[in-house]
Ligand binder design. Sequence first.
Ligand code: G6P
Length: 592
Amino acid sequence: MCGIIGYLSRTKGVSKKIIHNLKKLEYRGYDSSGICLLKNNKFLVKKSVGEIANLEQKLNYDDDCVCGIAHTRWATHGKVNLKNTHPHLCPNKTWAVVHNGIIENYLELTKLLQDKNIKLKSDTDTEIIPALMEICEEKNNMDKLKYVTGLLSGSFAICLLNKNENALYVARRHSPLYIAKNQDSCMVSSDPVTFGEDYTTYFPLPDDCFARVDLDTMLVYNKNFEKITLAPCEIGSFEKSAELGKYSYYAEKEISEIPKVVEQILLNYKTVDHFKKLNKQFFKNIKKIKLIGCGTAYHACLMGEKFIQKDARIEAQAYIASEFRYSHPLISNDTLCIFVSQSGETADTLLSLELAKKMGAKTLALVNVPYSSIARSADITLPLCAGMEVAVMSTKAYNAMLTVLKMLSLHLRQLNKNNVDEDLKVLNNVDYFKNIDKIDEISDLVLKSEKVFFIGRVEDYVTSLEAGLKLKEITYINCVSLPSGELKHGTLSLVDNKSLVFVIATDENLLSKNLASASEIKARGGKIVLVTNLDVKRQEEIDYLYKFDKISSSLSSILSVIPFQVLAYKTCIKLGYSPDKPRNLAKSVTVE
Ligand code: G6P
C-alpha cells in the first residue's frame, strides 16, 4: 500500500537507482508515482499518473543529484491525479515528503494550518505533514519531526527531505519502514526487497520511532525521545527472490512455482522443527482456536478451521481480521489466535494480533515475509517458505498456507509424535497441473456466460470462495460463491440458461449431494462444470468435466484451487488486462 524510497549517495545521478528500486515496490500500488531530487538547495519534482513506466518517460536520468525521495501511490485520500501524487512539498518549499498510510486527523490538522494562512494544494492527507514541519517553531529538525509526528493519528511511514541538508528524515507508526547503509550510500524503503543489490544488512525502524540518516550517521529515537540503537538484520534469499525470469507475468510464474513451494515446505519443516514449541505444554490450557486473516489469507483461515476441527477435534473458528477487531471477540488465556498473512503487514491482521495479545491469547502466525511485522510480533511464527510473491493476486502463498495449516492440524492431532511429514509426503508425487491445458476451453465458457457461480461443500466451499475471488480480482467478472446446499435458499433464482456453475467436489461422501445440486441447476438451464478428482459414474448433469490429479481427500484442497488460479489468469489475458496489477488493488494493504 504505497511504496517509499529515500536514497543518498556519494556518487551523483541518483534518479536511476531510485526508480529502479521504486519499481520493486510497485506491487504496493500503481495509481501514480513521483520523485523529488535535491539540487543546490532546491527540489526538482517529477510526477506521473499510472505505472512507474510513465514517470520514467519523463526522466532522462542525467541528474547530478546525490539525494532524493520517491513514491508509488495507492490512492486513499484524493483522486488519482498529478495534484495528489507524492512527493508533496510545503508552501515555502523547505520540506518534501513521501507517505504510506492514513492520517486520520488530517482534517483537524488542516484547520490548524488554515488558521496560520497556509493553503494546501492537494486533496491528500499527506500534504499537511511538510506544511506542519514548515510552521513548527522548534529550532532543530529532529525536534520538529518529533513534534509533528506527535500530532498525527492513524498510520504512517514517512520519509522527508529538507532543502538544506543531504539527509533523510524518517518516522513510522504501524506502516513498515526499513533503512540500509553502506560506505557509499544509504536507502530507506518500504520493503527490504530493494536492498538486495547494494547492501548486506538492513535495520527495521521500530514502531513509533523516528530517525535522521545521512551518509555518515544514523540517529534513531523512540517516542520518548531517547536515543536507541537498531539491531541489523541479514539480507536473505527471500529479499533477492523476485526475478521474473522467462515469464511474461509474475502471476504465471508464481502459479508455476506451486509444486516447488510445497516441496520446499516439506523439506524445510523436516530440517527445522518449527513445531517444537507447539508442544503439549503450549496447548495445555488451549480450548479454542481462532484463525484470523484478510482476503486470500482469510480463505486459508477458513480452510484451517475445517482442517483443525476435523483432524484435531479442537473448536476452531475463522475470522476476517477487519471484522474480528470490532465483533467483541471472546478471548482469554485458553485461546490460541492464529494469524495468517502472506505479507505479514496487513494492517487489520496486525492490529488484530495486537488486540489478541492484549487480551491474553497465545499467538501463532503463519507468514510468508520473514522480516514482516506480524512475523516479528507473534509468540511463535511458522514460515510459509513460498519465496517472494509479487502479483497482487495471491496464488502460491495460498497453497503454502494450506500446506502449513494441514501440517499444523495433523501435528495437533498427534502432539509430540512428530511424523507429520509422512502424511504429506504424497504431495511430492502428484501432478499439480494435470489436464491444465483444458482450462483454456473452460475460460471460453466463462467469457460466453452472463453469470458465473462457484459451489461446493465444506472444504470445497472454501475453494469456491477462493476461485471466485481470483476471477473477480483480475478479470473484473462478477461472480457468486456459495455452499452447494445454500443455493436453493435464494441464489438459485439467479440461475438461467446464461449461467455457468462450477461444482467443486473432492469428498467421496458428498459427491451425490453435489450432483443433486448440479441437477437443480441443470433443470433451470444452467451449464455445469464439475471440478473433481473423484470417479464420477453419473455424468448426465455435467456439461464439462475437469479432473485434476488423485490424492487423498484431506489434501485435495491444496490441488483443487489450482485450476481456478489458472482459469482466472487465462481469462484475464484473453480480456487484455494485467494479471499482476489489477485495477484499484494493491498487494500489501497497510491501511485499515
Ligand atoms: C490484499 C491482497 C490479497 C491478500 C490480502 C491479505 O488484499 O491483494 O491478495 O489476500 O491483502 O494479504 P496478506 O498479505 O495479509 O496475506
